[in-house]
Design a protein around this ligand. Structure first.
Ligand SMILES: [Zn+2]
Length: 301
């Protein structure tokens, strides 16, 4: 279960009903005003629609021209060659929805290597797996996803031999358990450049590549950005929404649905003509229905 999500159980519903009745008896007018105006909202996010303007979705500003580091503006000019996550939580405080252009004519994409996903992003054995594991043969090259500058290039704890790249698009990628490292901190690289070879260093049971994609230190599910099976990047432009300490990826054509109390996945799926499985996959919801009122679900139709 996700650490910050609450499972809506029957018991909680009963408790909630009791609380609601108590409140109604005590302050009926306030309850009316509060609950019945808290209706779900359906947001369709387009680049130039009025909603984007109203919500003032910030578009990531890239290199400010005054720093050698990509996306320095986004990271408050913080740059570390020794710490994987040197960022204070405060740099994420004002984020709600951010728009990121992942690739452009001068900024392309490459897969890190050929190999199926052997371990997905999310909870695993009571620990949160912040990336995906790719089954790549020992000694095969590992490639940078996007252009950027190497921020860190050294052994670090359980990561083993680790390369971290700050990309021009504002994302950071981590390549862990490498056998060899071929780049140095501060080195400028392009998408597809070889940054090392796949190995088994650090806390690793067998050769594989552990790949993380992060934004301001918070992890993003790589499977929401790239399709390993199709060897492709899923979207040219994405919206990132901060959600319980992680950033969720939304496609611009996705609907955002705000969960209300009493919602369950079958009901939402029926409402939108989609499937529970699809909603779970898009939003990283494990089995047994874990929803929290007020959170957003991305609904891809
Ligand atoms: Zn892993």
């Amino acid at each position: 279960m996700h650490k910050n999500r609450i499972c809506i159980t029957k018991q909680m519903k009963i408790k909630f009903s009791t609380l609601l009745i108590t409140l109604i008896l005590l302050i009926p007018k306030c309850v009316d005003a509060f609950y019945f105006k808290d209706i779900p909202i359906f947001l369709k996010l387009y680049e130039n629609d009025t909603l984007s303007e109203k919500n003032n979705i910030p578009i990531i500003k890239y290199d400010n021209g005054k720093s050698a580091f990509p996306a320095a503006y986004v990271y408050d000019n913080i740059w570390s060659t020794t710490k994987p996550n040197p960022y204070p939580k405060s740099i994420t405080y004002n984020d709600s929805i951010l728009k990121i252009t992942l690739i452009s004519d001068s900024s392309q994409f490459s897969l890190p290597g050929e190999g199926r996903i052997t371990s997905p992003y999310g909870w695993r054995d009571g620990k949160f797996h912040e990336g995906i594991d790719l089954d790549i043969y020992h000694g095969l090259p590992v490639h940078a996803l996007f252009p950027g500058v190497v921020r860190m290039s050294k052994s670090f704890g359980g990561y083993g031999r680790l390369v971290i790249i700050r990309h021009d698009n504002g994302l950071e990628t981590f390549y862990a358990h490498l056998g060899t490292i071929k780049v140095k901190a501060g080195q400028r690289i392009n998408a597809g450049d070889i940054i090392g070879t796949c190995g088994n260093s650090g806390t690793s049971r067998g050769t594989h590549l552990h790949l993380e994609i992060r934004f301001k230190g918070e992890s993003i599910n790589p499977a929401h950005l790239i399709s390993i099976e199709d060897h492709s990047l899923k979207y040219k432009t994405i919206l990132l929404r901060k959600n319980d300490g992680h950033y969720f990826v939304y496609h611009e054509d996705a609907l955002l649905y705000k969960i209300k109390r009493g919602d369950y996945l079958h009901k939402i799926a029926n409402e939108f003509g989609t499937t529970v499985r699809k909603i779970r996959e898009t939003n990283d919801i494990p089995k047994n229905g874990i929803l929290r009122a007020g959170q957003y679900l991305s609904i891809c139709l």
